[in-house]
Design a protein. Structure first.
Length: 325
């Protein structure tokens, strides 16, 4: 689980909608494309970002047979007018549905929804359910708002009701403007964003009120699990600040959430397995991006874990997260 895919060609959404720095692709040399955010270069992507056959050949090298695919967070476009974001989301979701239809044994899709408008997000969620998607991917914040905001609760409620899994991916990282150098938004901002999302769902009582909601956090939960001691201590020493919406200790939720395995660090993965349980960690890679675990699962195989634990990480936990069994 946790891989990203895009259509090879994107419509010119900025021209279609008449505003905004929507992502478009410029194909200048064979096998590569530049992702442009308005006029600004965002990232170069290669054929393995859009060609399902190339991907299959690449991930088979690591004896992986199925990928859970979702869009690249920069495509969320929550900043756009909600109707336009719905339009864009439907385009991406129809592409994902096509890949899953063409390669039903190879790809499992997670959709994207216009989170800036809860009603439209639920409407698209319902359509995704009809298209047989097992879940959706959403951002760690919605235009700067935390996931604990009351306005998002009906969306999470609908996810629980429709039995749709939720993957939370960091994006629009806090502090980005102040730390452009050294790739800090990716190295420091992303783990913090993920902890922000997790703490919001925990302290906001979302997970407490929706005990059957199945949430998975990208990048092994970012800094959430490594700093749970501090988070719990804060909850205990300043309940007046922290325990205002939910009286249950945050540690209680560690085993209610799923996490991908993208730690790049066997020691950290061992710690996470110990504190969240080996039924909660899913093989996640962030493929095909360079910051991902591109030697899919190799470090996990070298950790000397019991074979039942490896099996759980490699597929059983992902199935449990996606389908609830
Ligand atoms: Zn990712």
């Amino acid at each position: 689980m946790h891989t990203h895919i895009l259509p090879e060609k994107l419509p010119d959404f900025a021209e279609k909608f008449g505003y905004g720095d929507f992502i478009h692709l410029v194909h200048e040399r064979e096998g590569f494309a530049n992702m442009m955010k308005g006029g600004v270069f965002f990232r170069e992507i290669a054929k393995n970002c859009w060609d399902p056959e190339v991907r299959i050949r690449e991930y088979e090298l690591y004896r992986t047979s199925v990928q859970v695919v979702c869009t690249i967070p920069v495509m969320f476009s929550y900043w756009a007018k909600s109707e336009d974001c719905l339009d864009l989301s439907m385009f991406l979701n129809d592409h994902l549905a096509g890949i899953a239809d063409d390669y039903p044994e190879r790809y499992i899709p997670l959709g994207t929804v216009p989170m800036q408008d809860t009603d439209l997000a639920i409407r698209e969620l319902q359509r995704l359910k009809e298209l047989d998607f097992p879940g959706v991917q959403i951002g760690s914040n919605i235009n700067g708002l935390n996931l604990s905001e009351v306005r998002f609760f009906p969306f999470f409620e609908a996810c629980q009701e429709l039995d749709m899994a939720v993957f939370i991916h960091p994006w629009e990282m806090m502090g980005e403007a102040d730390m452009k150098k050294y790739w800090l938004p990716w190295l420091v901002g992303m783990p913090a964003e993920t902890a922000r999302a997790a703490c919001s769902l925990v302290f906001g009582g979302v997970l407490e009120r929706l005990p059957h909601l199945r949430v998975c956090l990208a990048h092994a939960g970012g800094s959430f699990v490594p700093t749970i001691g501090r988070i719990e201590h804060g909850f205990n020493c300043r309940p007046d600040l922290v325990a205002v919406d939910n009286p249950v200790t945050p540690r209680h939720y560690l085993n209610k959430i799923w996490y991908d395995s993208a730690t790049h660090d066997p020691q950290l993965l061992r710690y996470i397995l110990e504190v969240v349980g080996d039924d909660r960690v899913c093989l996640g890679t962030d493929y095909p991006f360079p910051l991902g675990d591109l030697e899919i699962g190799a470090f996990i195989e070298q950790m000397g874990l019991p074979s039942e634990t490896v099996e759980r990480i490699f597929y059983k936990n992902t199935i449990a997260w996606l389908y609830g069994h």
